[in-house]
Design a binder for this molecule. Structure first.
Ligand SMILES: Cc1cc2nc3c(=O)[nH]c(=O)nc-3n(C[C@H](O)[C@H](O)[C@H](O)COP(=O)(O)OP(=O)(O)OC[C@H]3O[C@@H](n4cnc5c(N)ncnc54)[C@H](O)[C@@H]3O)c2cc1C
Length: 465
């Protein structure tokens, strides 16, 4: 069997290694950092499970659960406490509850929408009239999330629903993000029903059984997934903790420069961030490198603040709150971890997970910990009335880690994949292509491993999943 090198030891690279090892294929996984997991990093502070990066994954996407099951970790899975799922959005300086029935950003219930102070009467009337939209041919250009949402529900819905929700998930700007790449299902619903509200209601699952929680995670944190995957790799995977400096073609394969030494590989999986992959592949194919470099990234920061529960009990509303750009200084979103997931915070404590940075807010990563903790505490006092002194705090920085699917993303990725097809043995996996969530990355890692394991003819025959 030929030699395989994987560049990047985040969940994409680890999943590639895992599915390769299941197929009996050995590989070398090269990770620049001293630890594996990439942006997945779990710490345990005063018996709290502190997630530095992702804290959970969407239940609706199966690939994370598939992997967890294969690893025998199903009993470790916990779901979000959806019965107390309330999210608040800051409006005119107050926290207003996200009306019941809003699915992503589509309103589906009349009464909660009619009575909310989140949007004006004009927007409410516009939302009601959206119901009567008829299907029409989609425009032939890619539309931004902002353009699409404004067209259906008006600009206020962009400002007070789409913007804060997307800032909280992607650290992204709806005026730049592509609706087809970020919320493709809504484009399909628009084509079929005209109205998104009618579409979402018509296609909601009708099962009578207990619905799956919206989010799932592992009791001990997503870091335990990284540990479990790594453990299974055993003899099949050689780990190098060094940055790859360059990739070049060599004969019918490649050679990688790692800490000044050259390493040969017949197959290379670029499971690092696309901007890194771009830098590494400039000598392999200039156009491929340019396409990889065209994927935008945002930088983000998370902050964990631990409190004595008694001192913040009254402020611990629902899952937490989002701050729309119109009312934002530094904080994008905050989650009360113990309300979202039981068993991650001891009874006597409360854990607040704060999210900062995102498109336009990157400069926050330059601030030192003391300064930014001070700023966040000040904003928490103003937004949520939290005045208690934290008993611990920890700041995590994630520079250029979250891919942004900006306008034209779909076309660029199509060209990128066609380019890759012309370079046998070179593959990509990661959050820059077909979904940024943990399950998407696992799916891409699995797909890369399958491509390596399958004979070429079979790959050509199988549709992309
Ligand atoms: C703050 C934050 C919160 C998030 N929250 C969620 C969430 O709740 N749910 C969810 O589903 N998703 C979430 N995401 C998204 C999801 O976590 C990521 O998309 C996913 O984990 C990315 O995995 P990856 O392996 O593709 O990339 P990464 O985790 O970024 O790993 C890439 C790895 O490549 C390495 N590397 C780079 N260059 C080189 C080189 N030259 N040589 C060797 N190694 C190199 C890096 O050091 C890194 O370890 C979040 C992301 C962030 C940043």
């Amino acid at each position: 069997m030929s030699s395989v090198a994987i560049i990047g030891g985040g969940i994409s690279g680890l999943s590639t290694a895992y599915y390769l090892s299941k197929a009996g294929i050995s590989c070398t996984l090269i990770e620049a950092r001293p630890r594996l997991g990439g942006v997945i990093q779990t710490e345990h502070i005063q018996d709290c499970v502190v997630e530095a990066g992702p804290d959970s994954f969407l239940s609706a996407k199966p690939h994370a659960m598939d992997l967890i099951r294969e690893l025998g970790m199903e009993s470790e899975v916990i779901g979000s406490n959806d019965h107390q799922r309330k999210t608040f959005i800051r409006r005119h300086g107050r926290l207003v509850e996200l009306p019941d029935g809003v699915q992503m950003l589509v309103p589906t219930k009349i009464l909660p929408m009619a009575t909310t102070s989140l949007v004006s009467w004009l927007t409410k009337v516009r939302m009601a009239l959206e119901w009567f939209r008829r299907p029409r041919a989609a425009p032939d250009h890619d539309r931004s999330v902002a353009e699409f949402v404004a067209d259906h529900y008006g600009q206020e819905t962009v400002d007070y629903l789409a913007e804060p929700l997307l800032a909280g998930i992607y650290g992204g700007d709806p005026a730049q993000l592509s609706i087809s790449s970020v919320l493709g299902r809504f484009v399909e619903l628009e084509g079929k029903y005209g109205s998104l509200t009618r579409g979402v209601l018509a296609e909601r699952p009708r099962s009578k059984g207990s619905a799956a929680p919206l989010f799932r995670t592992l009791r001990g944190g997503l870091g335990s997934l990284v540990e479990a995957v790594t453990k299974t790799l055993g003899n099949h995977t050689r780990f190098l903790h060094r940055p790859v400096e360059a990739v070049e073609r060599a004969g019918i394969g490649f050679r990688l420069r790692v800490a000044g030494h050259w390493l040969d590989a017949d197959r290379v999986v670029l499971a690092c961030e696309a901007h890194q992959a771009s830098r590494l592949t400039s000598a392999v194919d200039a156009r491929l490198s340019a396409l990889l470099g065209s994927v935008a990234y945002s930088s983000s920061m998370t902050m964990a603040l631990g409190f004595n529960r008694d001192q913040v009990r009254r402020q611990m509303l629902g899952f937490g709150f989002l701050v729309p750009r119109a009312e934002r200084r530094k904080l994008l979103a905050c989650t009360w971890v113990g309300n979202k997931f039981s068993s991650r915070v001891p009874e006597s404590l409360a854990l607040l997970r704060c999210f900062l940075g995102g498109v336009g807010g990157e400069s926050v990563l330059e601030e030192n910990d003391e300064a930014i903790i001070g700023t966040v505490r000040e904003e928490l006092r103003e937004i949520a009335g939290v005045t208690a002194e934290p008993i611990f705090s920890k700041v995590f920085r994630w520079p250029r880690s979250m891919a942004q699917y900006t306008l034209g993303h779909g076309k660029r990725i199509q060209e990128l994949e066609a380019r890759l097809d012309s370079i046998p043995g070179l593959l990509v996996a990661g959050n820059a292509y077909h979904g940024i969530g943990v399950p998407d990355c696992i799916r891409m890692g699995k797909r890369a491993a399958e491509k390596i394991a399958q004979p070429a003819a079979q790959i050509r025959g199988s549709a992309a999943t």
